[in-house]
Design a protein around this ligand. Structure first.
Ligand code: SF4
Length: 330
């Protein structure tokens, strides 16, 4: 509960909340009450792996002035309730990320792998430390013997490549430079302009790559299109061999919880086996971090996380709309 503005109908922000988030209020329409109104804004989220975070966002949307206090109560899998409350604005109460992370409920592993900034603390873990650990585990599981150098796909693969380098002893180098200002084009690319766009987004450092056997590390492989372009770019820059290493398991399921992922049919690992994906992207070898190895990093916590995009084990299945009533023709 948070003390927050209760006129939900006039709160444009409420319309932005996902379906399962229900902001509501009381007291606003009571014409007979002519007193200054003491009003609470409430947000409820059911059956979402990131319920506490959505509650936080919902409460923020409902507040409009200096609030007295806010709090979130969450139920864990054991049915026990845990609350975090405090005085001040919602952002004051949950300013320390560990307060939100301490609430029970399944969290999403994808936050550590791709969504969060590396300098954030998510679910009580430093994101950059997790990513480095994924890279170490990947090097343990799928080393690239005989390779000369490890390079990240910038910026997403940076920490995983660092972990791979530390574990394998291979030299870490910046073999690709990412041009941060290319932006997104609203013009449908032709084949030629698409290839040019890749060249503008990533530039190879020829001195690092030429004549070398290169291990390229990225955080994930979803459609596969950028990976195939990067492999071609590295070969054109003189790489002798290109070994692609992905610091997460193959993405085989679309996210049902609001993360914008391609449909199942567009996920390359859903359409092809490992060898098929390798051939498609054109690398000399390809390996993913296995789900077991990923779980090993989380230890006993592993079961608390949603990993459905890798396992297709969705913690909460979507509620399908009621089928339309059938009409009998007269
Ligand atoms: S399916 Fe994947 S992206 Fe979606 S919430 Fe679960 S871990 Fe995150």
């Amino acid at each position: 509960m948070a003390k927050a503005r209760n006129d939900v109908r006039n709160n444009a922000g409420a319309a932005l909340l996902p379906d399962r988030v229900t902001p509501f209020s009381y007291g606003a329409d009571d014409e007979s009450d002519d007193h200054p109104r003491e009003e609470c804004g409430l947000v409820g989220v059911v059956g979402h792996p990131d319920a506490s975070s959505l509650c936080y966002l919902g409460l923020q949307k409902l507040q409009h002035r200096g609030e007295e206090g806010a709090g979130i109560v969450a139920a864990g899998g054991d049915g026990k309730l845990k609350s975090v409350t405090g005085l001040g604005l919602v952002a004051d109460v949950f300013g320390d990320p560990s307060r939100l992370a301490s609430l029970p409920g399944p969290a999403a592993i994808g936050h550590h792998i791709y969504f969060s900034l590396p300098n954030s603390v998510v679910f009580s873990h430093d994101v950059h430390e997790r990513r480095t650990a994924f890279g170490r585990a990947l090097a343990e599981e799928s080393p690239a013997p005989g390779a000369d150098v490890v390079i990240p796909v910038p910026d997403s693969g940076f920490y995983a490549a660092l972990g791979f380098s530390r574990q394998s002893g291979l030299e870490f180098q910046q073999g690709l430079i990412r041009w941060h200002y290319s932006g997104r084009s609203f013009i449908q690319p032709t084949q030629a302009s698409g290839a040019l766009a890749v060249k503008l987004k990533w530039a190879p450092v020829r001195g690092v790559i030429r004549g070398k056997s290169v291990v390229v590390v990225d955080d994930s492989l979803v459609r596969g299109t950028p990976s195939s372009k990067i492999v071609r770019l590295l070969r054109d820059a003189g790489a002798r061999e290109v070994h692609m290493r992905i610091a997460s398991p193959p993405v085989v399921g679309s996210c049902l919880y609001g993360i914008d992922t391609p449909s199942d049919g567009e996920l390359i690992s859903n359409r092809m086996d490992l060898e098929g994906v390798r051939r498609e992207i054109g690398s000399d070898s390809l390996a993913f971090l296995s789900l077991d190895k990923l779980h090993g990093i989380y230890g006993e916590e592993a079961g608390d996380y949603c990993d459905a995009c890798f396992s297709r084990k969705y913690p909460v299945l979507p509620t399908l709309p009621e089928p339309a009533a059938e009409f009998e023709e007269e």
